[in-house]
Design a binder for this molecule. Structure first.
Ligand code: TXA
Ligand code: MG
Length: 333
C-alpha cells in the first residue's frame, strides 16, 4: 500500500529512512511531482527506472537543497551559469554540467554530464534538507504518461509500487523544468519550460535552442520518446482549423463517443454548448492547468479534441511542446 502524508517532521523522518534504505519516495516540486532516490546508490536509482518502466538511456535530474555545494557533483560551471543560478534558482530551471562522476553512473545513463536542479517548492526544500543527499528524480508517473501535478495523480500511476508520497498540494508551475545545457560557450535550451529561452537570453546575452532531428543523436535523450500522453485518443487542430475540430467533435459525439474539447480562452469562443475544458488565457495559467486537464480528460472521455493556442514564444513554447507531445508527435523538441 502506498501512503500519502503531508510534509511534517514525522513524514520526513519516514522519507529519510526509506531513502537511506535504498527505496524511492515521491515528493512535490513547483513543477511536477518527482520520484526520488539516493543519487549515490545505483540499486536505488535503478528502482526508479523499473517502477516507471523508463527506458534505461533516458537520464535523470539530480535535485539538491539550495545550500548544497554543487562542486561536489559537477565541474567547470561557466560564468553565465553562475549568473543564471543567482537569478533563477531555486526555481524551475535544470542545468546540465560536466559530471564529476561522484553520483551513480546510472543517474546519467553513462553520459559524462549531469543535470542538476534546485527546486523552490517549500516541501521539496524541506525534504532535500532533511535527507541531506542529492536525490535523483524523474517525474513521478509511469513512463510516457502525463506528469503528475498532485499527490493523487502520483497515486493513480504508482499505487502499490512505492511506499510513500509526500503531499505538498497542487504544483503551481504545472510543466517540467526548463533543461539548459551549460557545457558550451552559451547556454542551450534542451527542454523548454517556465524559464523561457528569452528570459535566459535577457539575463546573459545569448541562449541557443536545440532542435532534435529525427534519426540524429539526441543531446537530451528524453526528446526521442513520446511523452506526456493521456490514455485516450487525442486529436490536435490549429485555432484556424477550429471548424474541422468542431466537425470531428460533432461526428464522434453523434456516434456515441464521449468527446471533450481542450482549448484556451480564444478557442472557447467557438465551442458553443459542446463539452470543453479551458486552459486559461495566460501562458503560466495554461502551464498550471495542462496536465490536470489531460488527466481529467482521459478519465472522463474517449476522445480529446485539442484546439491549439498556437503561440510558440516565451513560456508558451513550453506549453505547446507538452501539448504537441501529448497529441503524439514524437520528434518535436
Ligand atoms: O521539473 C522537472 O524537471 C521534474 C521535477 C520532478 O523536478 N523532473 C523531470 O524529470 O521532469 P524527467 O526525468 O521526467 O525529465 C528529465 C529530462 C529528460 O528529458 C532527460 O533526457 C533530461 O532531463 N536530462 C537529464 N539528464 C540529462 C543530461 N545529463 N543531459 C541532457 N539531458 C538530460
Ligand atoms: Mg518525465
Amino acid at each position: 500500500m502506498t501512503k500519502i502524508l503531508p510534509v511534517t517532521e514525522d513524514s520526513l523522518k519516514e522519507a529519510k529512512s526509506l531513502i537511506l534504505k535504498g527505496e524511492t519516495v515521491a515528493f512535490p516540486t513547483e513543477t511536477v511531482y518527482g520520484l526520488g532516490a539516493n543519487a549515490y546508490n545505483t540499486v536505488a536509482v535503478n528502482k526508479i527506472f523499473e517502477i516507471k518502466g523508463r527506458p534505461n538511456d533516458n537520464p535523470l535530474i539530480v535535485h539538491v537543497h539550495k545550500d548544497f555545494d554543487i562542486s561536489a557533483l559537477v565541474d567547470g560551471v561557466p560564468g553565465y551559469a553562475k549568473i543564471l543560478a543567482k537569478k533563477f534558482l531555486p526555481g524551475p530551471l535544470t542545468m546540465v554540467y560536466k559530471s564529476k562522476g561522484t553520483v551513480s553512473s546510472a543517474v546519467s545513463c553513462g553520459l559524462d554530464t549531469l543535470a542538476v536542479r534546485i527546486p523552490s517548492h517549500e516541501g521539496a526544500q524541506r525534504f532535500l534538507k532533511y535527507v541531506g543527499l542529492p536525490i535523483a528524480a524523474p517525474s513521478a508517473n509511469i513512463s510516457k504518461h502525463v506528469s503528475p501535478t498532485s499527490a493523487e495523480h502520483v497515486l493513480a500511476d504508482l499505487n502499490g509500487k512505492i511506499d510513500l508520497i509526500l503531499d505538498g498540494g497542487v504544483c503551481s508551475g504545472g510543466i517540467e523544468s526548463t533543461v539548459l545545457d551549460c557545457t558550451g560557450e552559451i547556454p542551450v535550451v534542451l527542454r523548454s519550460g517556465l524559464i523561457s529561452r528569452e528570459m535566459v537570453e535577457e539575463a546573459v546575452g545569448a541562449c541557443g535552442e536545440y532542435v532534435y532531428k529525427e534519426g540524429g543523436v539526441a543531446r537530451s535523450p528524453g526528446m526521442r520518446y513520446k511523452h506526456y500522453a493521456p490514455r485516450c485518443r487525442t486529436e490536435m487542430f490549429e485555432l484556424s482549423e477550429y471548424k474541422k475540430a468542431l466537425a470531428l467533435y460533432d461526428a464522434e459525439a453523434e456516434k456515441g463517443v464521449s468527446v471533450c474539447i481542450i482549448c484556451d480562452a480564444d478557442g472557447k469562443k467557438f465551442v458553443g454548448d459542446r463539452k470543453y475544458m479551458c486552459l486559461g488565457s495566460k501562458p503560466e495559467e495554461m502551464a498550471a492547468n495542462l496536465y490536470s486537464e489531460l488527466r481529467e480528460g482521459e478519465n472522463t472521455c474517449e476522445l480529446l479534441v485539442v484546439i491549439s493556442p498556437g503561440e510558440h514564444k516565451g513560456v508558451m513554447a513550453g506549453v505547446m511542446n507538452r501539448l504537441t507531445k501529448a497529441c503524439g508527435k514524437r520528434y518535436e523538441n
